[in-house]
Design a protein. Sequence first.
Length: 498
Amino acid sequence: MYVVFRRPGTIRNIPGPPSPSWIFGHTLQLILPTRYGEHEFGWQKSYGAVYRLKDCFGQDRLMVADPAALHYIVNSPHFKFSPMLENLAYLLYGPKSLVSVPVEEHKSLRAALNVGFTAAAVRSYHSIFEKAASRLTEELHNSSSTTIDICPLLSFATLSTIGEAVLGQSPEELGEELIRNNLEIVAVAASHSRQQILAEAILSYLPAWLFRAAAHLPTPTLKTVRDAKRLAYELGNRIVQEKLVAARDGLDTDGDVFGVLLGMDGSGTTKNGLPGDVVAAQTALFLIAGQETTATTLVLGLRELSRLPEFQANLRSEIMANTGNIAYDSMPLLNSFIKESLRMFPILPIDDRIAREDTIIPLSEKITLSTGEEISQIVIEKGQIVSIAIAAFQRLESRWGKDAHEFNPNRWLQGSAYKGAEALGPYANLLSFLGGPHSCLGWRFAIFEMQIFICELVRQFSFALPEDDTVRIRLINTLTPMMSNGQKGAPLIVSRIS
Ligand code: HEM
């Protein structure tokens, strides 16, 4: 063991594509291709599940889609968010949010927050999801056109469920300013340029205090982000004060996540001991983490459903046969469709980590270094950036079969979708919700919400792609459907089922 740790990191000898530029490395090909995966999936085919890329200014980045390596990275305390992610989390969510607190505090805060996201808690939000689904289908019924951009409708629907199920606030109570700012944040998140990539690369070299000071610069983007944080802070504090008063007055507050967290135990303190300001500090995180993630997964799934008329008809029959039954988990076509949507379109297809110390990553399959040596583990030096290549893992032919790049929900019906022993994420052996201590807190919430939305949508409407479909899926911070005019959007032909 000692000998292994004394060796220099093996990463410099790991093969990878030649870098096209010292300034940008492979970042433009990775982040700004016209279609997500255009280069990445090709590199994976040529170099395997682990290979080396160049970041801006000649820095090495290790791309990892090997299952054993991923299992190690997401669970190991030797890795943490990359400095860029850490700074962004601080900027967007503030220092007390679940994703910003130090690792020692994270476990207990997460356990406390989890009471609002257990299977039983999530089931209790059923009527909220149904109400949002009805509002959504009503909007589709009222639309004067049959070609409808479903992105803004689903974004609003998922914002309203977070508002009601997490915060106990109707869309009206969230306030016009917050809803408008939320749309701006979605638009900001859906824009990325060479200049931004370069600026982020430079910012990641800055010490945290300087990065955070730079956040006060008077640019329109930073103003939108600062406004989002302020509005969430004000909203969170107002809700917490109202709920604490209600709980002290002995009123039932259990209808939403914040209410559950702030309910009193009879002695005047909250049931799980969380102070009100800590609960309020999670507002921005829940509003952002729970909205576009779910909305875009649905949008991208519905686009694929539009290409599969036979599967769509069978799914509709399954839904019709189960009308009035809320046992969504026992609807095979519905769940295989959700799993396949998450497999093909993990909203966060690449998630960066940095090694906190020297460590060794195990591999499921050996790789050959440029020196000719075969290795079954990789020596990583402290400070190395490692990319959890979620989308690439979910398209590994060795694990998902020869048709790994195709959207085929039927693969889940045979029960043999994933060939491998490693248990990765919390759901269906996918990493779309990540895995390990930072895995998605809201994954059950998202699955239940998607089950209800899909049932309502597909029961009442059929979906088809417009003939002139020009939408491309791009990686712009997260996977994003982009129209030819450069705006986020996904028009579909939506017809009523008579
Ligand atoms: C399809 C929908 C969703 C997807 C694909 C998704 C995906 C993810 C991923 C990949 C992470 C890890 C990010 C990282 O560590 O870099 C994450 C974290 C998180 N998600 Fe989700 N998410 C979804 C929906 C939701 C919903 C609906 C909520 C809340 C209502 C939520 C709340 C959170 C929270 C609080 C974290 C931080 C967990 C922690 O750091 O301990 N997510 N999500």
